[in-house]
Write a protein that binds this ligand. Structure first.
Ligand SMILES: Nc1nc2c(c(=O)[nH]1)N[C@H]1C(S)=C(S)[C@@H](COP(=O)(O)O)O[C@H]1N2
Ligand SMILES: [Mo]
Length: 233
């Protein structure tokens, strides 16, 4: 029997199973086409000054972690995953790296260009293995906010979480991440603006719903400042 062709799909369509595969492939191609890479800059364009937003964690635990070079810190990865993880800083540093020079835009009206180096989040999610119900990734931070006495948090959908430029950065401009910029580990999500880039990470949780965090709007600024959850730029 002669097969029908689907443009760009490498095999002829001979039966319903082939057709299903070609459709799934086309769907993924369309999704990927709608998430291009953001612009990356040259190293001579890195900003000399990079402003800071937020207040460093002020509790005893963070002070001690800082003093001891984060020896007793580990990133927990749990929730709707097949294999919960606990990754120390040396373990994270040994994972595949991505470096990118990008422009950060804060909605309070400033921008700065910096170089960020870290592990693609998609790599960590693949190590942990997403369960079928997984829809969002929640980032739990170590800074406790004055307003609600709870830690800062943020969340992403899976398209943003698995985007190639979404990384967990442990270095900035070629140096270990500075405490004020989120040491030991922060999120860089280049498709989204400032406040989505959660600093001082402690734990990453995969979930099927954002209802059970904070006021249920997916992040601290979303809960307390009416900021949009989808902050794509
Ligand atoms: N944990 C945590 N992450 C945070 C914030 C914060 O207050 N706490 N502020 C956000 C905002 S509004 C911005 S603009 C960026 C600023 O990152 P920077 O301080 O490295 O410039 O961090 C984001 N991530
Ligand atoms: Mo911001």
């Amino acid at each position: 029997m002669l097969g029908l062709g689907v443009r760009g799909f490498p095999f002829p369509i001979r039966n319903p199973r082939d057709a299903g595969e070609a459709l799934a492939w086309r769907g993924q191609e369309m999704l990927l086409a709608s998430q291009p890479l953001v612009r990356e800059y040259a190293s001579d364009q890195i900003s000399r000054e990079f402003p800071v937003n937020g207040t460093m964690p002020s509790h005893e635990r963070y002070r001690r972690l800082l003093e001891t070079g984060f020896r007793d810190w580990a990133l927990r990865v749990d929730g709707l995953v097949a294999r919960p993880l606990s990754l120390s800083l040396p373990q994270l540093r040994a994972l595949p790296l991505r470096s990118q020079i990008t422009q950060h835009n804060c909605d309070e009206g400033w921008s700065a260009i910096g170089q960020w180096t870290g592990v693609p989040l998609r790599h960590i999610l693949a190590m942990a293995g997403l369960r079928p119900q997984a829809r969002y990734v929640v980032f739990h931070c170590m800074d406790v906010m004055d307003v609600d006495k709870r830690p800062y948090y943020e969340s992403l959908d899976l398209l943003n979480a698995t985007h190639p430029q979404t990384i967990l950065a442990h270095a900035m401009n070629g140096q270990a991440l500075a405490p004020e910029h989120g040491a030991p580990l922060r999120l860089r999500v280049e498709l989204q603006i400032g406040y989505k880039n959660a600093k001082w990470l402690d734990r990453i949780e995969v979930t099927d719903s954002l209802n059970r965090y904070g006021k249920g709007r997916g992040g601290w600024w979303e809960d307390f400042d009416n900021a949009p959850w989808f902050a794509g730029q």
